[in-house]
Design a protein around this ligand. Structure first.
Ligand SMILES: Cc1ncc(COP(=O)(O)O)c(C=O)c1O
Length: 382
């Protein structure tokens, strides 16, 4: 038997409590019973997003919510600024182009965060820009972008800040209302510890005002229609009922732990993994702005990272993510977000060391694990 450990940055493991909640018999969604559950989940989502606004639930993966942000907020030909520091930043550009917008890209070297002065310069040069699309955590490079500083820039102009928080919401502090984020998005299969299938999106007051005049076509992802349904404690279309049952449970788990502790846990696991990487003599993909959601490490030049990831998965039962595009075969990405604790991280590092040895890289076994254990000692109770 090979026991499996899902340590990739989404989908993430589902806690037994959440799995059991989702195993309940299906109830009908146009009933007071479901409306109660829906309302409870809504209450929790607002706390999670740190917003007074409605948080809409879509039966889609995260990309569905990204697409809905574009179609609900813009009109054909509108100029948007897309921050492209990896695969998901690139996706903003692709969606905008597919819908006939005029995107301007700020390209960021992979593994870096965008420079705010560069964004300011583009906004000054192109006053027609109506929105900035960015990732809070760019999962393909394990880097974060400076959302608070970007929000300070966009707040003072008629420019919406649209944040893909798919590996950020519930991972680290991202207070939507306090910072003035206009659109915040996440998906179920990340920090929310659910299977894929739900996407979440909240809009600021001024984003709702913009949506009223935006002219791109929309139907399934009509956010105003979804908001009107939510006011009746229901959804516009048949909701993913089982996932909503699981969501209520996963939100309860997050609030039992307390958001500050959840954020600390992610930060600690990430710091321990970085310490292990240093002890193993490996370079970080995002040394300046590492995401607490996941850690990207370059594999040694003598090791094919793609084969290493496949070996870890198929022969050791440990699933990491590899690299994409020009990082394909060159990095591993180890997740910390969601239902992850100290011993998931130690398992990840132990398996990584053993696989590196198996691929001929001569690391002393235990040196990464030891460094991570040292870093994690502080987290143990007295
Ligand atoms: C930052 C980020 N944005 C967007 C997506 C796309 O989400 P989905 O695959 O749920 O459509 C992902 C998925 O990993 C992601 O990490």
């Amino acid at each position: 038997m090979i026991k499996n450990y899902l340590l990739a940055p989404g989908p993430t493991p589902v806690p037994p409590r959440v799995a059991l909640a989702m195993a309940q018999p299906i109830i009908h969604h146009r009933t007071p019973q479901f409306s109660r559950i829906f309302a409870e989940a809504q209450h929790g989502l607002k706390r999670l997003f740190q917003t007074e606004q409605d948080v809409l639930m879509l039966a889609a993966s995260g990309t569905g919510a990204m697409e809905s942000a574009i179609t609900n907020l813009f009109s054909p030909g509108d100029e948007v600024l897309v921050i492209n520091g990896g695969k998901f930043g690139e996706r903003w550009g692709k969606i905008a182009t597919a819908y006939g917008l005029t995107p301007t890209e700020v390209r960021v070297p992979w593994g870096a965060g965008v420079r705010v002065d560069e964004v300011r310069a583009v906004l000054d040069r192109q006053p027609g820009i109506r929105g900035v699309c960015v990732q809070a955590s760019e999962t393909s490079t394990a880097a974060v972008h400076p959302i608070e500083d970007l929000a300070a820039l966009t707040r003072e102009r008629d420019v919406l800040l649209i944040v893909d928080g798919i590996t950020a919401v519930g991972v680290f502090d991202l207070p939507m209302d306090r910072w003035g984020i206009d659109v915040l998005i996440t998906g179920s299969q990340k920090a929310l510890m659910l299977p894929p299938g739900l996407a979440f999106i909240a809009l600021s007051e001024r984003a709702w005002e913009r949506s009223a005049t935006a002219r791109l076509p929309r139907f399934y992802f009509d956010l105003a229609r979804e908001r009107a349904a939510l006011a009746q404690h229901t959804s516009a279309w048949t909701p993913a009922i089982s996932l909503v049952l699981g969501l209520r449970e996963s939100l309860a788990m997050l609030f039992e732990e307390g958001l500050p502790r959840v954020f600390d846990r992610h930060a600690r696991l990430a710091a321990a993994t970085r310490a292990a990487g240093r002890a193993l003599g490996l370079q970080l993909v995002a040394p300046e702005v590492p995401s607490p959601a996941l850690t990207g490490l370059y594999t040694p030049s003598t090791v094919d990272g793609g084969k290493l990831v496949a070996y870890l998965r198929d022969c050791m039962g440990v699933t990491f993510a590899g690299g994409q595009d020009h990082l394909k075969g060159k990095i591993v990405r180890i997740a910390h977000l969601g239902y992850m604790g100290v011993f998931d991280t130690l398992t990840a590092i132990a398996a990584f060391e053993m696989a590196l040895r198996r691929f001929g890289h001569n690391v002393p076994l235990g040196c990464g694990v030891g460094a991570a254990q040292e870093a994690l000692m502080a987290a143990l109770p007295e």
